[in-house]
Design a protein. Structure first.
Length: 404
């Protein structure tokens, strides 16, 4: 009899779930490696070019669909989820204040890749103490892994219309991670889909990036535009970005299931005070050494100073100045940065300067994102954007009062 056959796999599965929780994962599920039912959707998505410049997504497509080709000998995947919602998320108050920089709540603390990978490694070591037969490989947000599809099979949650994994008791503010293993553990069952007729995420998206249920055109998503995209942010999306300088949470904020979201127990994910609820102007004035110092160990550091400056310039262009002094302070900061040693960033600063100067005192202009492709930016309607954000803020205040 092989050693694997002689170990009690269901006892080991129970142990893995207990050990995983003790390590700080909120849920652990087990899936097999057949993801073939995702082939059509994944290939369509890539053929349509929705990945934009994220060319890493075009590579290893077969390996993504067959985890046992990615890591040979893989029989099961341990899928984990870890909550990241920090205390004092102040979602609504931050979104409503156009002078305050909004940073996606997943990025306010320590880089999750490091935190989760370390825990997955520890979990693997515990399994190895139980059986020497284990071979494993941890993944967190690694390109050739279809994390949603795996989480769905492992019973972690269902794929919402915004394409993220949602759990009935915990909403969607959690990261996913995986441990590929060679042990034939008993698998978990997928959970029921629970979006029903709701389409709230689709209509609230500031840039209409959820082009149909379950399909996000990354090129339109603020998360892509502010994080992954190395080039200029297309003018047509700039106003809709508002004060969101790194990522976006809107499709999750409107989701009714997030009223069940729990505050993270992981202190590493708590918000750093240098990044949370800070004014756009303060962050824009950071020098490069200050940027590097304040973002050490954070995922934000990976975008680099150049994109940081680009994004905040857009935020400043969208700021609705309440007084002439405020408008002057923004203009001065922008003018002082016009010699930034990068033409792309200079153009964003110039754009922001024009915005602030043109719309001073008129409460701004507004974009109708549905007409975005034809809109020239002088016809954009800032008030419509503002109304949409106000609607979202009201929904947060009502649905997630503890995190407003
Ligand atoms: C590339 C990427 C992005 C891109 C593209 C997003 C996307 N939706 O594809 C961008 C930069 C835009 C992005 C943004 C964000 N991301 Co991201 N991202 C990834 C990454 C690396 C790959 C995702 C991927 O493979 N996309 C390609 C598409 C085709 O795959 P998919 O979205 O899984 O699509 C499947 C389903 O939609 C399904 N499907 C398609 N059509 C249909 C139709 C029906 C009927 C059904 C049932 C299913 C279905 O099949 C598709 C193929 O399997 C994953 C990590 C990973 N390795 O998986 C993190 C990941 C998805 N991101 C994550 C997060 C947190 C975010 C943001 C919330 C960050 C932020 N606050 O700014 C936003 C959310 C935006 C959004 N609504 O998706 C988390 C999500 C956690 C969770 N609870 O689900 C992940 C899992 C990272 C992690 N390890 O935690 N991301
Ligand atoms: S993260 Fe923001 S921009 Fe991207 S799909 Fe969700 S709501 Fe739209
Ligand atoms: S907002 Fe509605 S449609 Fe979108 S993911 Fe949540 S429940 Fe599903």
């Amino acid at each position: 009899m092989s050693v694997i056959n002689s170990i009690d796999l269901s006892q080991l599965t129970d142990n893995i779930k207990t050990w995983g929780k003790a390590l700080g994962f909120q849920q652990i599920g087990i899936s097999d490696v057949d993801l073939s039912h995702h082939e059509k959707a994944l290939k369509n998505w890539l053929e349509n070019g929705y990945q934009g410049s994220m060319s890493f997504l075009e590579r290893n497509v077969d390996k993504r669909l067959s985890p046992d080709e990615l890591v040979s000998g893989t029989l099961r995947i341990i899928s984990v989820r870890m909550d990241y919602l920090p205390p004092d998320a102040s979602f609504a108050s931050n979104l409503k204040s156009s002078s305050t920089a909004y940073i996606s709540r997943y990025a306010l603390g320590r880089d999750y890749h490091k935190v989760i990978r370390k825990k997955l490694q520890k979990l693997a070591e515990q399994i190895q103490e139980y059986t020497q037969d284990l071979s494993f490989r941890p993944f967190v947000d690694s390109a050739p892994v279809l994390e949603h599809a795996i989480a769905e099979k492992a019973g972690i949650g269902w794929t919402g219309k915004h394409s993220l994994t949602i759990n009935k008791k915990a909403g969607s503010y959690f990261f996913l991670g995986e441990l590929f293993i060679n042990l034939p553990l008993p698998v978990d069952q997928p959970v029921e889909e629970n979006c029903g007729k709701c389409t709230a995420c689709i209509s609230i998206c500031p840039t209409q990036a959820i082009i149909e249920p379950y399909v996000v055109d990354a090129r339109k998503c603020i998360s892509y535009l502010t994080i992954e995209n190395d080039d200029a942010i297309p003018i047509v999306y700039r106003k809709a970005i508002g004060n969101r300088i790194y990522g976006c949470d809107d499709c999750q904020l409107i989701c009714p299931w997030n009223k069940y979201a729990k505050v993270t127990e992981e202190k590493d994910f708590f918000a750093r005070q240098q990044l949370h609820n800070r004014s756009l102007l303060d962050l824009f004035k950071w020098t490069e050494p200050e940027f590097l110092e304040h973002t050490q160990g954070s995922a934000i550091r990976r975008i680099g100073y150049r994109k940081w400056k680009r994004n905040i310039a857009v935020g400043l262009g969208n700021q609705i100045a309440q007084t002439t002094q405020e408008a002057e302070a923004i203009k001065n900061a922008l003018r002082n940065a016009l010699d930034f040693p990068d033409v792309m960033v200079q153009e964003h600063i110039q754009w922001a300067l024009t915005e602030v100067t043109q719309h001073e005192g008129d409460g701004g202009k507004v974009i109708n994102v549905n007409d975005a492709s034809t809109a020239t930016y002088s016809s954009l309607d800032k008030n419509a954007i503002h109304r949409k954000t106000q609607r979202l803020a009201r929904s947060i205040e009502k649905g997630m009062p503890k995190h407003k």
